[in-house]
Ligand binder design. Structure first.
Ligand code: SF4
Length: 290
């Protein structure tokens, strides 16, 4: 049951991704920018070009970005919670994004301004299950039921179309992570990154995503590998970001046994088996559709 005696405020969950930009655009078109907020939770791991994209979209919409941040990055959260985020559980998302969103809704919008927030997410029609999960989460959150809306599902607009509109009608270049594609082999033409959050370092990325990170930004992959090694030492536990058959599988092992030898047919076959694990492991978080 939603509270109806407060003035509604329309809040776009703006992440630096194309879909969230389009969801914001449709929201502003319908309700006017004076009744809308472009809301961004900063994890401090975002790729620099995402900030450029967000600024250009905000300027196109004639709005300011309302940014909230915890002040820690995902690694610092893992450190403080003594838990290395992985493909199955990521406290970074919970603390840096969801918690900041709930604090903003409760403290600033409801308590201070007596507004009724309605949240808008950039989720396409093929991801109805994600929309259902978000709807359920915000209806039963710890504050009060919050309404969620999904403009791309309501109007049956797919992400491909959204990217085309942003580039060709708005004249805004997408974040650079969208442009990386495989140029050869059976993956030729496929996008390398599954989403543009956290500069490719998402702990929920899975085997395929980390292969992409290794190929495009090896330095970022190595940073992530070093972080993982630090945690293994500090916690003195066999922890890892990736999981194989539910068991730890380190980035170092992945790099040295698989990624550095992908031109070997047998190794390539091993990679094909590993990437099947992504179907079981990778649980998309709020980061990938806000
Ligand atoms: S995108 Fe990934 S690494 Fe970044 S906050 Fe979300 S779950 Fe954590």
């Amino acid at each position: 049951m939603f509270i109806l005696d407060r003035k509604p405020v329309h809040v776009a969950m703006f992440s630096g991704g194309a879909s969230s930009a389009y969801a914001a655009y449709t929201m502003v078109q319908k309700y006017g920018k004076e009744n809308c907020i472009l809301f961004f939770t900063n994890t401090l791991w975002e790729d620099e070009d995402n900030y450029r994209f967000m600024d250009e979209v905000a300027e196109y919409l004639g709005m300011e970005i309302t940014e909230r941040l915890d002040g820690r990055n995902p690694e610092e959260v893992f450190h403080d919670t003594r838990f290395l985020g992985n493909s199955r559980m990521a406290k970074c998302s919970e603390i840096l994004k969801v918690r900041q969103t709930l604090l903003f809704i409760d403290d600033e919008l409801i308590n201070n301004r007596n507004l009724q927030p309605i949240l808008y997410f950039g989720i396409g029609p093929h991801e109805q299950h994600r929309a259902d999960r978000l709807k359920e989460f915000y209806e039963h959150n710890c504050i009060e039921p919050i309404e969620t809306r999904f403009p791309m599902i309501e109007s049956y607009v797919e992400e491909e179309k959204v990217r085309d509109i942003i580039e060709n009608q708005w004249g805004i270049k997408l974040p650079r992570m969208y442009y990386y594609e495989y140029t050869e082999g059976e993956e030729k033409g496929q996008k390398i990154f599954t989403h543009a959050n956290c500069g490719g370092r998402c702990v929920r990325g899975g085997f395929q995503h980390y292969k992409g990170l290794y190929l495009v930004w090896k330095d970022q992959y190595l940073k992530q590998e070093e972080m993982e090694e630090r945690f293994r030492k500090e916690l003195d536990k066999n922890v890892s970001i990736l999981k194989k058959d539910g068991k730890p599988y380190t980035l170092k092992r992945y790099r040295t046994e698989i990624l550095e030898h992908l031109d070997n047919v047998e190794v390539k076959e091993k990679y094909d088996v590993l990437k099947e694990q992504d179907n079981d492991n990778v649980i998309p978080c709020v980061c990938t559709f806000s």
